[in-house]
Design a protein around this ligand. Sequence first.
Ligand SMILES: [Zn+2]
Ligand SMILES: [Zn+2]
Length: 304
Amino acid sequence: MKFEVTILGSNSAIPAHGRHPTAQILNFNDELFLIDCGEGTQMRMGELKVKRNKINNIFISHIHGDHVFGLIGLINSMNLSNRKKPLHVFGPVEVHQTIDFQLQLTKNELSFPLVFHETKMEVEQIVETSNLEVITIPLDHRVACTGFLFREKFRESNIRPEAIAQYELSVDQIKAVKNGSDIQTKSGETIPNKDLIKKKKKNRAYAFCTDTAYLESIIPLIQDVDLLYHEATFTESELSRAKDTFHCTGKQAATIAKKANVHKLLLGHFSARYGNLSPLLEEAQEIFPNTELAHEQVTFEVGS
Ligand SMILES: [Zn+2]
Ligand SMILES: [Zn+2]
């Protein structure tokens, strides 16, 4: 089952050095989730052939423009393409107000239901499907801001081919085994699921944490995730600026990753002052070696 994230925008504040403000596409089992929607998101989607009408859920961390200024444009394009399906937008109340205000002023009546779900500064499960849940992660920024944890609830197991032959399993039985059931053989013997599958795979998780000051209270929420995207707006030499603006340095992001024992760290939300991002990467890798830069138009797999 596919679980991967594609970076559409990785910069903070203003577009610079060919980098766009924050936006990502999460693909879970061929369902697309948009996370943040900075200016230029639609252009990147076009370049990467991401179909806008495949997006049914959008998650906005906070009201700052570099995370939301692309949203009205995207909604407008969905309307012009005569979308009918509902679009769900999760974010702080200000996101709802801003979009409503723009729609009213432009006298735009939408062809589809636009459903807002207001996020709060608390840990809350905001989406639950049969195999995925999304949970808010309260962050510490100048305005209300949450990250999002996307956690697989159930992962299909791989069946051992020799078990299929040994117990003469039907197609329905194979499906049931993959979904965690025991089976009964023709002679009435019960074979436990663990004897039929290859090693049980760990449920995968992706955490998106931007914008925030250094915040250790997120550690229990993101413990052991396969992939953590954490903002690293500045290098450690700009620590006081990071503190003043409620952002993090590369070193701080890596410290969080290490303390939370995540598998891989992706750094993003880069200040426009850095054309060359190597110093940010290097200071993070000194603390947490499995760190990469969230380069745009690159897809990162969540877990394995
Ligand atoms: Zn930002
Ligand atoms: Zn911000």
